[in-house]
Write a protein that binds this ligand. Structure first.
Ligand code: ZN
Length: 399
């Protein structure tokens, strides 16, 4: 072969291959760069939103979750603020702020946002609704809408048979079948990020109804509705253990179900808007989900934007961390000279409280609790085998 033949082979065969490989590689590199650029924008939007979503509600004396650090204040989340902040941050970083059409189009690529609160979850996703336009005409509008909070609910029933035995059931079909049986009791609890629950229910017994009541699962001074006030120790233990074991899975199930529904529904709205992408719930392990529900936070999916030669499929999480900042310190009276002024078991909000300083507090287990309810019903160990039960608010530091 002559040298010119080699040259022709090179130009006709090898060169095109080199060019194709080069173009593909540079496309891929560009796609990866672009993808990580998008991910950065999404992460920072989510961090902004998670920070802003905490808000303090005043005068909520019923549910003192012990989170706020201030007396009778409860920190809760504002889902609408969170979702608005998230989208605003995206608009700014994608430089489309103020361009209403672009802003709206971007929302189709966010099939679902979950704002995970202490005792429930808010889902924001595309929704069609009626609205009035500038000419006062009724028109259909599609936009991201924050749906009402879904609580982390769990239902069980207790069946009492004639021989005095009991059976706990969690199967919906069995519960349905037994619902009119004499003596059968139906219970619904709303779980939260810790052991605090809200319980309601009824028993087919002189029509007994349990109105909503909040307490800690293991708080034996307040939890008797859970087991119909029964003195059966094993029934009591089994129900407490059942609730403790079902808490996390119930929370995960509720969040997953709601997100799945929203993501699937987005296909319908996105399709109408001309987006050709199939939205699906992104692959998530159970371990990941457990991590997401350890504290209040926010989870967002962003999918379907084209990056290089593929599509973005990204899941971002931001925790807001409520932090159990409130501590109520417990003390027992010190009867010695220069001892306690009040001869009661007390709880204090401040370790600098003069009454706390002169009282007994060292050999008490636990030395503090996070809520007033816990303090009021606390059974604290003071020495081997000895307990004191029930603490009162200190009249000096007024917790
Ligand atoms: Zn005090």
């Amino acid at each position: 072969m002559r040298i010119t033949d080699f040259a022709l082979i090179f130009i006709g065969v090898v060169l095109p291959i080199i060019i194709i490989v080069y173009i593909n590689v540079s496309f891929t590199i560009k796609a990866i760069e672009e993808e990580s650029y998008y991910q950065k924008i999404i992460n920072s939007a989510l961090e902004d939103a998670a920070m802003r979503m905490k808000e303090v509600e005043n005068d909520d004396k019923e549910n003192d979750y012990g989170y706020s650090g201030e007396i009778n204040n409860k920190v809760s989340v504002n889902a609408q603020v969170a979702v608005n902040t998230f989208f605003n941050s995206l608009y700014n970083n994608f430089s489309i702020k103020g361009n209403k059409d672009a802003e709206k189009h971007l929302k189709y690529f966010v099939p679902a946002i979950a704002v995970i609160d202490y005792n429930g979850v808010y889902i924001s996703s595309m929704e069609e609704y009626d609205t009035l336009n500038s000419l006062n005409q009724l028109v259909k509008e599609t936009n991201h809408v924050v749906k009402p909070k879904r609580y982390f609910s769990f239902t069980y029933g207790i069946n009492y048979n004639a021989s005095g035995g009991t059976k706990i059931t969690t199967d919906p079909t069995t519960i349905q079948a037994l619902s009119n049986q004499p003596g059968f009791s139906l219970h619904t609890v709303e779980f939260s990020m810790d052991d605090y629950i809200v319980h309601r229910g009824n028993k087919n017994d002189v029509t007994k109804t349990y109105t909503a009541k909040g307490f800690y699962i293991g708080d034996t001074n307040n939890n008797s509705d859970l087991y119909d006030g029964s003195t059966d120790v094993s029934l009591k233990t089994n129900i407490i253990n059942l609730l403790k074991s079902k808490r996390k899975d119930t929370i995960i199930d509720v969040i997953t179900r709601e997100l799945n529904f929203a993501v699937n529904k987005n296909n319908h709205y996105a399709n109408i808007a001309g987006v050709k992408y199939t939205f699906v719930f992104p692959y998530t392990t159970k371990e990941e989900m457990y991590r997401y529900v350890e504290d209040i936070g926010m989870l967002a999916f962003v999918q379907g934007m084209s990056v290089g030669n593929k599509y973005l499929n990204y899941k971002a999480y931001g925790g807001a961390s409520l932090e159990l900042s409130t501590k109520y310190y417990v003390s027992t009276p010190n009867n010695g000279a220069n001892g306690s002024k009040y001869f009661r078991n007390l709880y204090h909000k401040d370790i600098k409280c003069p009454e706390y300083i002169v009282s007994n507090k060292v050999n008490i287990t636990p030395q503090y609790v996070n809520t007033k309810q816990q303090a009021a019903s606390l059974k604290a160990a003071i020495s081997d085998g000895e307990f004191v039960e029930g603490f009162y608010p200190c009249p000096l530091c007024r917790p």
